[in-house]
Design a protein around this ligand. Structure first.
Ligand code: SAH
Ligand code: SF4
Ligand code: F3S
Length: 483
């Protein structure tokens, strides 16, 4: 996408255009010049580093931010000892939040050694007014702060920060805008996330995401398909369609389309081999989607279906809008229609008012559904959400005890479930050379299990058949098989 921008045609002696993304291209060129001046002054290249916290949405946003940094002329680095450091933050649980404050102190130390350093913060945490107040008061060494809604304006904001000696803050409350055709620097050559929608309208009572990501907006299917075609032409074999609730995709478009219909269109793209998506809200998962998945050759055998709690009463107070029985029926239906499907989930322990009986209901669902794996979270109180104001917050020791019991059960079942494919030969998309043992490569099955097998870097990005020899609990050791 980046090569579509013709910087020679941009005239900086004119004012910046009002239209997007042209306006951002203008500021990219301006930033290129400012950066080149700085390079000349310092006699070296300037380096930039982005650290990402949180979910796949943030990971994808960071790829877009990196794309812009690279285009401006920064060398990208993993090290925070850089000239521009950006933290893309998460605030879904309090510990995500605390991590950022902790690291900011460290960055301030680095900035004292390198006065040219620019420190920037963006992402979900920046949408919280208390965070901004705290930054203004106690973290004045930060140079640029922006939120989730104006990320597309990064080039413009960075230019402003480069020219200003005060902290630049730009936070929007919400937006109905989607800006297409901005560059992105992919972390992997062979797989990529693709946003299909932004924001969330569900307001689960514990969750801060709708407040920091705004209302649900779907991208137009033609824009999504165009992006995927471009990615595939550039070597991408696997895409992950991203949204907080992909099952409600398309409902608010001028020409409504369902998620199942979108998948059918994506499936037709030649050269694309694997389709994943995240996340599915159980209340909106349609029979159409089950059928499309069942008959698809490309949609991976993996569905992430967050349960949150197995107690109908807790689910009601979480505003999840399904009951234990409805969830179980859905899981049963999925297991019977697509037997090789891997089902994974998210579970919260210690929601306000959760009794031991409620918790037993959660364990019961885990035993019945037999999740292939599950993320378990301790409930974290998020200021501004309805649950934060609920009575009966659960004492820490009770929550910890429940959490440990849940984790043991989830892991025992997960180990047994992983054994389901032992002895089979299945296609693996190779992702990397194994970090511990360089004679091995690591890849993923369609069902998302990791497999290590002998091979070298030339296999990265290839899909190869692998004999699944030895199950190690949550991953496999395998051997390459004949195609
Ligand atoms: N949109 C996705 C989830 C996004 S947040 C969905 O609806 O499934 C990812 C996970 O974080 C959630 O599924 C939930 O399990 C967990 N989570 C969200 N808010 C939380 C909180 N306040 N405390 C603990 N876990 C939380
Ligand atoms: Fe949060 Fe619920 Fe929206 Fe998921 S669906 S992002 S848990 S409010
Ligand atoms: Fe965190 Fe924001 Fe994702 S709060 S989980 S990074 S949407």
């Amino acid at each position: 996408m980046t090569n579509e921008i013709n910087f020679d045609e941009i005239d900086l002696s004119q004012g910046a255009p009002a239209q997007e993304p042209q306006r951002q291209y203008y500021f990219m060129k301006k930033a290129q010049i400012l950066l080149a001046e700085k390079e000349a002054e310092l006699g070296r290249k300037l380096q930039a580093c982005i650290k990402t916290f949180g979910c796949q949405m943030n990971a994808r946003d960071s790829e877009k931010l990196r794309g812009i940094l690279e285009l401006i002329g920064y060398e990208l680095t993993e090290s925070e000892e850089a000239d521009f450091v950006l933290y893309n933050t998460c605030t879904v649980r309090e510990n995500a939040n605390l991590k950022v404050y902790g690291r900011l102190g460290y960055l301030n130390g680095l900035k004292k050694k390198n006065p040219h350093m620019l420190i920037s913060l963006c992402g979900c945490m920046m949408q919280e007014p208390e965070v901004i107040e705290k930054l203004k008061k106690s973290y004045r060494f930060v140079d640029l702060v922006f939120g989730t809604h104006n990320i597309y304006k990064f080039a413009e904001l960075l230019t402003t920060a480069m020219e200003s000696d005060r902290t630049v803050f730009d936070i929007w409350k919400d937006t109905d805008k989607i800006v297409e055709d901005l560059p992105a620097e992919r972390t992997y050559t062979f797989k990529s996330g693709v946003n299909i929608m932004f924001g969330c309208n569900n307001f689960c009572s514990y969750c801060i995401v709708p407040y920091v990501r705004g209302r649900e907006r779907s991208r137009r299917p033609e824009d999504i398909l165009k992006e995927i075609r471009t990615l595939v032409a550039d070597g991408v074999k696997e895409i992950m369609l991203l949204g907080q609730n992909v099952n409600s995709y398309g409902k608010n478009l001028e020409e409504p389309i369902t998620f199942a219909q979108l998948l059918t269109e994506v499936e037709k793209i030649d050269g694309l081999e694997r389709i994943r998506f995240m996340t599915s809200h159980p209340k909106d998962l349609s029979e159409d989607l089950i059928q499309v998945m069942k008959h698809s050759k490309k949609i991976c055998r993996h569905l992430h279906l967050p349960l949150q709690s197995g107690s109908t009463e807790i689910l009601r107070r979480m505003n999840r809008r399904y009951t234990k029985e409805q969830y179980l029926a859905l899981a049963e239906r999925l297991r019977s229609e697509i037997p090789d499907l891997s089902l994974t989930t998210d579970i919260i322990v210690g929601f306000p008012g959760e009794t031991e009986e409620d918790f037993q209901e959660t364990l019961d669902v885990v035993r019945k559904v037999r999740y292939d794996s599950a993320f378990t979270f301790i409930y974290s109180k998020r200021t501004g959400t309805p649950a934060a104001a609920m009575e009966n917050q659960i004492p820490e020791d009770v929550v910890k005890d429940r959490f440990n019991r849940l984790l043991t059960l989830v892991q025992d079942i997960s180990r047994e479930q992983s054994l389901r494919v032992q002895g089979q030969t299945l296609p693996v998309l190779v992702e990397s050379v194994n970090e511990q043992d360089s004679s091995l490569v690591t890849g993923r099955l369609s069902n998302n299990l990791l497999v290590h097998f002998p091979g070298d870097a030339s296999l990265i990005g290839e899909i190869v058949p692998v004999y699944l020899k030895e199950c190690m609990g949550f991953y496999y050791y395998g051997e390459r098989a004949e195609a």
